[in-house]
Design a protein around this ligand. Structure first.
Ligand SMILES: C=CC1=C(C)c2cc3[nH]c(cc4nc(cc5[nH]c(cc1n2)c(C)c5CCC(=O)O)C(CCC(=O)O)=C4C)c(C)c3C=C
Ligand SMILES: [Fe+2]
Ligand SMILES: [Fe+2]
Length: 333
């Protein structure tokens, strides 16, 4: 398969085009310190794809009120999940990059973060130094959202705006319904059911976004629903056996509902005593899965009368996940 990347499809008129792969994820602080978290959140939360309030007013609120309070608090949370090699999001993303590169030995595979490092500039420099003429971009977001996928697109196009020589680009919008993605999720849920027994409820928790972004045209919730539909069909689950919620809300606006934390607190009184939780929207485990779901929401559920709680890890650098990435990128050549 790897040689096809260099030569293109056998009959393709583009047969001599050298292709590179760019994986893009969100970004994470360089260290679990208030200063590093502040640097990261300043860049992330000033992106209008993420928060689209009036830039002058928002910058004032962000720098004057939010960051001084949030950065030290969130730095402590990062400290709790920090791995020996660094932030989990970066550690797993680098493992994914290396595993995909090992599958495609003659193809340059780079990782970039929309915010922080490794930057899109660094990744593009490395790819272009290898003379690639075609670029397949795989944002590591299974479900499209303007706040993530489109932000990755913006970061790439802003960097390309400084360059004379542009490669041909194939940008993967999402893979919410890809059969290998659905199969990989179904398999990891099945493994969890075998290990811990089938729970009263399987909860699919996706990262939320403001409801307004959806009203303005972001099809993110439909993409999340498509994933859930695919997985429950593969597992043969009845509607009473699963539920879908949205986590990680930020600020005062109404976000996509139902909210994960509220649901978690209310389920035990509705007779749900055992639960398993999966976060299909996260390609890698990170602060939002390890701290928020595996730790914080576990406490909400157990404190409210729940008895058994298991978090099902992200697909991370599992063989099935890398199979999916390999298929996604080779489909684009
Ligand atoms: C403020 C608005 C936010 C929107 C909109 C948003 C959408 C969104 N985010 C992810 C994936 C991740 N988010 C992560 C962290 C994170 N997200 C926000 C805010 C918004 N996200 C903040 C402020 C933070 C930082 C932590 C905090 O201060 O609470 C992460 C984890 C990063 C890490 O370092 O581990 C991921 C991944 C998606 C998929 C999404 C929309 C679909
Ligand atoms: Fe987020
Ligand atoms: Fe969070």
């Amino acid at each position: 398969m790897s040689s096809e990347f260099i030569t293109g499809r056998a009959n393709s008129p583009l047969s001599q085009i050298k292709t590179g792969i760019l994986l893009v994820n969100l970004g994470t602080p360089d260290a679990p310190t208030a200063a590093a978290v502040k640097r990261y959140l300043t860049q992330f939360l000033q992106d209008r794809r993420v928060v689209d309030l009036n830039p002058l007013i928002w910058s004032f609120i962000l720098k004057g009120i939010i960051l001084p309070r949030r950065a030290p608090r969130v730095a402590k949370l990062y400290h709790e999940v920090w791995m020996e090699e660094g932030s989990p999001l970066l550690v797993y993303s680098l493992r994914q990059q290396r595993a995909l590169a090992a599958r495609l030995p003659q193809v340059p595979v780079e990782l970039a973060m929309t915010y922080g490092s490794p930057s899109v500039k660094q990744a593009l420099d490395r790819l272009q130094s290898q003379n690639i003429k075609r670029l397949v971009v795989l944002p590591l977001y299974p479900q499209y959202s303007c706040s993530t996928t489109a932000a990755a697109w913006d970061a790439l196009s802003a960097e390309l705006a400084n360059r004379r020589d542009l490669p041909e680009i194939s940008f993967i919008r999402d893979y919410a319904e890809h059969p290998l993605y659905i199969a990989a999720l179904a398999r990891s849920i099945q493994t969890s059911f075998e290990r811990y027994g089938k729970p009263d409820l399987l909860l699919f928790s996706y990262h939320g976004i403001p409801q307004r972004y959806v009203d303005e045209g972001d099809d993110y919730p439909q993409r999340c629903e498509a994933t859930t539909r695919g997985v429950v069909a593969a597992l043969g689950l009845e509607p009473s056996e699963y539920k879908m919620t949205y986590q990680s809300r930020f600020g005062r606006e109404v976000w996509l509902q139902p909210y994960t934390d509220e649901t978690m607190r209310s389920l035990p009184s509705q007779g749900v005593k055992s639960i398993q939780v999966i976060c299909p929207g996260f390609a890698s485990d990170c602060l939002e899965t390890i701290e928020e779901i595996e730790q914080q929401n576990r406490a909400f559920f157990l404190e409210s009368g729940g008895e058994s709680y298991h978090y099902i890890p992200a697909l991370n650098d599992s063989v099935e996940h890398i199979d999916l990435f390999e298929t996604l990128v080779t489909e684009r050549v």
